[in-house]
Design a protein around this ligand. Sequence first.
Ligand SMILES: Cc1cc2nc3c(=O)[nH]c(=O)nc-3n(C[C@H](O)[C@H](O)[C@H](O)COP(=O)(O)O)c2cc1C
Length: 314
Amino acid sequence: MPKNAKKPQASPDLSVDIGPLKLKNPVLAASGVFGYGLELQGFCPPEALGAVITKGLSLTPWPGNPGPRIVESGFGLINAIGLENVGLDAFLENSLGPLKRAGAVVGANVLGRSPEDYVELTSRLAQSQVDFIELNVSCPNLRHPGGLSFGSDPKLLASITKDCVKAAGDKPIVTKLPPLVTDIVALAKIAEDNGATAVSLINSLPALSIDLDTRRANLAVGPGGLSGPPIKPLALRQVALCARALSIPVIGLGGIMDYRDALEFIVAGATAVQIGTGILVDPGLPIRLIGDVYHWLGENGLADLGQIRGSLKL
Ligand SMILES: Cc1cc2nc3c(=O)[nH]c(=O)nc-3n(C[C@H](O)[C@H](O)[C@H](O)COP(=O)(O)O)c2cc1C
């Protein structure tokens, strides 16, 4: 072995803690790209991931926007699904039981038209087997109040987080923050001060795709949310700022397409990562990524992710 070579680590530990949650690895399926947890199990068994996060759930089923709802844009994707979902009851009846029997850690992503909707969704989920609740107060493409309009308003962000923490009992609340705000750290601190167990960021960015020939927007409703590789640099910046300022865990996402992207988020200070658009491109990506992170740690002589977390030199 060369003199300066790092001694390989036999079996690195990939487990991470998000407050009271013990996850076997730091790789989570993001909301909106993994159905309700079971749909992609042929490619990616949900129990093999750190956790799966459901498509955003509302109190009653939502039809979503008319199509086209997704368009490629450069190296990214713009979507305006409009939060189409089966509603909380259908998820609880059809998906949660099989997911838990398979041994998956399950996060329910929730979204409402009013602060009261978030609290009611959370109280109902508090009685269920879900492991944590992610508050989507950052969706950029709603045509009614909710999403981004709640998460970027400090007072609403504070009251929704606080009331949901209370309603959740001992279930952790993860507040998913909007990316394009003047002061992301101020918002993240509001979530922390109001009892969130962790914050996740970033959601997709407000964006527009235009067809020059027709002079029309490519999505039926006009604007949508940009995701994938183009948003990674912004996501890394927001995650790095929040991780330095907060005491609670930061879950990073935005444009992760391979294990090196994921590890960059850990270096920026993230405790865990979520994969969104990458799963739409390759549903087997999370499983490969977990293996690649494991091997990278081993080859670099590292026992766990704690040895690189927040190691960013500025
Ligand atoms: C098709 C699609 C649907 C999404 N639906 C949701 C959703 O229901 N709730 C939510 O919080 N985020 C939703 N997102 C946002 C992703 O969870 C993620 O925050 C964003 O896409 C950035 O990560 P990525 O670049 O890895 O995709 C959706 C994203 C896509 C592409």
